[in-house]
Design a binder for this molecule. Structure first.
Ligand SMILES: [Zn+2]
Length: 132
């Protein structure tokens, strides 16, 4: 079966591992791919930054943890599904991270916010207390 150039659909000739008919088509492909990557990652980056701004106002740098109402986050249109990671502190206690701020629903109306630095210290203290 003949392999076609993914850009212009011309039948490829020459080496069997050839992917594009010309360097021009190869350039077009990589340009389109880079454009798609920027478009999609920018959209998600904006949502992550917006989430971070919402949390940052609720937990200033000097504060290690606080509780906020889920209702408030909903009103601010906080996007719970956009995260930069997870941190498990204990069995069944998973925090959702947005950069250096982590959150966890503690009941239907309350969300606990904590600085990830504080979580790392807590984890070390827990480890130390278990070893004694
Ligand atoms: Zn082509």
């Amino acid at each position: 079966m003949a392999t076609l150039c993914p850009i212009c659909s011309t039948q490829l000739r020459g080496r069997s591992d050839k992917l594009f008919c010309t360097t021009k088509c190869k350039s077009i492909y990589h340009y389109q791919l880079a454009k798609e990557v920027v478009t999609e990652t920018s959209r998600i980056d904006r949502l992550l930054h917006k989430n971070y701004k919402i949390l940052r106002k609720l937990i200033p740098k000097e504060m290690s943890q606080t509780r906020v109402s889920k209702n408030y986050l909903d009103q601010k249109n906080f996007q719970y599904q956009y995260l930069t990671g997870f941190k498990k502190v204990q069995k069944n206690k998973v925090f959702h991270c947005v950069y250096d701020i982590a959150w966890r629903k503690i009941d239907d109306d309350t969300v606990l916010l904590i600085r990830t630095k504080t979580m790392d210290l807590l984890a070390i203290l827990l480890l130390l207390s278990y070893s004694f």
